[in-house]
Design a binder for this molecule. Structure first.
Ligand code: ZN
Length: 154
């Protein structure tokens, strides 16, 4: 069967950046399984998988607007060093859970540390990047009524 909305799709994928560095891969593990047409994966990848079938392989180039969005400089924030009390060492590259403006928890990455302040970045780590996916379709099946109602795979 061809991939359409409300199919459960299993894929193996390797994600590389523009320099050819591997960022993520399902190789050697379980395939990624998602419910097609419910926003379970980024739109640029989901759109290209429509009408494909089990056994197909494809290369997909996803621009930031169809991936994790553009890099937003407003999501860089200087936080006073005192806000990190109880944390012994703060270094660039560390990740923290932080409370966003709407009260929701979000992941932030430390970009820069000085004696007074810590520069944190709330952008998705892949924001602003062109993403190259090598995908092989491992399975396609119809979703159950319950899966469609819940919007995810059981
Ligand atoms: Zn459920």
């Amino acid at each position: 069967m061809k991939i359409a909305n409300d199919c459960v799709v299993s894929i193996h994928y390797t994600l590389t950046d523009e320099a050819g560095q591997t960022l993520d891969s399902s190789a050697g593990g379980e395939p990624l399984t998602y419910l097609h047409g419910h926003g379970g994966i980024i739109p640029g990848l989901e759109n290209e998988l429509t009408d494909k079938a089990k056994g197909d392989t494809l290369k997909v180039v996803v621009q930031p607007e169809d991936g994790y969005g553009d890099f937003n400089p407003d999501m860089l924030q200087q936080v006073p060093r005192e806000a990190f009390q109880g944390v012994d060492t703060i270094e660039a590259g560390m990740q923290f859970q932080a409370q966003g403006e709407g009260g929701q928890m979000q992941m932030v990455v430390v970009r820069e540390v000085t004696d007074e302040a810590v520069l944190v970045d709330g952008n998705h780590p892949l924001a602003g990047q062109v993403l190259n996916f090598d995908v092989s379709i491992e399975g396609v099946r119809e979703a159950s009524a319950e899966e469609i109602e819940h919007g995810h795979v059981h």
